[in-house]
Design a protein around this ligand. Sequence first.
Ligand SMILES: [Zn+2]
Length: 140
Amino acid sequence: MIKAEICKYCGGDYLPKRRGAQKFCSNSCRSLNWKNNQHIKELKVPAVNSIDEKPVLAQKPSLHEKMSLAGIGNAAAGAAFVDMAKDFVTPYAHKPATKKDIDDLKVFLKSRYHIVKNMNRDIHGRPAYYDMITGNIIHM
Ligand SMILES: [Zn+2]
């Protein structure tokens, strides 16, 4: 007696003509199952290729350059912001000397007498000066 088997494609019962050699109820199920497997294989092919193509994708400039350009832009903006921030937080003494600062310094060093602000005027009402040459405080 032939035992009913279950079709591997449609799941329906069928009576195989030859036990063990038949897995489907009909030729159409066998064919459809084969096509289905082919379809699965086709789906798998791009998946396998995508792994192979990953280095190629990485070498494509478009996305990578966009990212690096964005990175440069952000870095430049960041640097500009840091410079701005420096202006706010850098103490005056730590700022680099400008040409004007150096010129002012030259004038300052050329002048021999510099007024001393924290000394009282003398009895003649003359303000105190520091003499750069002698190193003395004088009133004049
Ligand atoms: Zn079937």
